[in-house]
Design a protein around this ligand. Sequence first.
Ligand SMILES: O=C(O)CCC(=O)C(=O)O
Ligand SMILES: [Fe+2]
Length: 247
Amino acid sequence: MGWKSYRELCDREEFEPSKDLYCINQILFPKFVNRKIEILSWQPALVKYHGFFDENKVNYFLNLINSKTQVAQEVVNDDGDSLHPARQVNGSFIYLTDIPDMVDHIEGYLPEIDFKASEPITSLSYLPGGHYAPHHDHLERYSGEDWWMDNMRNRMATLIFVFKKAESGGGTVFPSIDVTVRAEPGDAFLWFNMKGDESLEELSLHGGCPVYSGEKIIGTIWIRAVNQPILSKILDGQKTLSADLII
Ligand SMILES: O=C(O)CCC(=O)C(=O)O
Ligand SMILES: [Fe+2]
């Protein structure tokens, strides 16, 4: 098979493996959801969903995000008070209880995931110079109380929605598996931050590439581990979570 662009492959009716990529077109019943999944990495899973949201839904989110006050997302250094230079981005939260129609769509599209265990959507917007240095979303356990860790456990997976794409720059890079995701508005992508035993998946290291021109607007959902059917399916707890679990 000759080289085809990702887009072309994903828009095909049937799927065909190639050396570099793998696209699957599925219809999910009973809602007739048409999923176009591009496997960017099998182990650990990193998958892209082409056209997760249609244009109306993307505009709905952009309007919602623009109506909220964006606050600088600050990461505090170990010394406790200075700003971390690794992140320059503005963001705000969108609570799932405020957007029930969108949640219906998200749950219908990803029945493998239990969104009752998810954090609110963090919307992030990056202007030129904005970036997010490589990091893991899986959290270190702090001493003391942590409601999310105590009740919902650690961050099993991250789902990112793309609402606006930078003109130049602004991909999401996974240096340990040599993948950079460059998604179109309306696309989403998902990966696992943990192994089957809920320990850190080292290979999930990722970061937001610098934006050179234009604006990048995304929404991040961190999905916690509690009650996730995917984890209960794992027989060997040590194992890296594979894309087989979500196709
Ligand atoms: O901006 C990006 O592409 C990555 C964002 C990210 O890593 C996160 O929200 O956890
Ligand atoms: Fe992240």
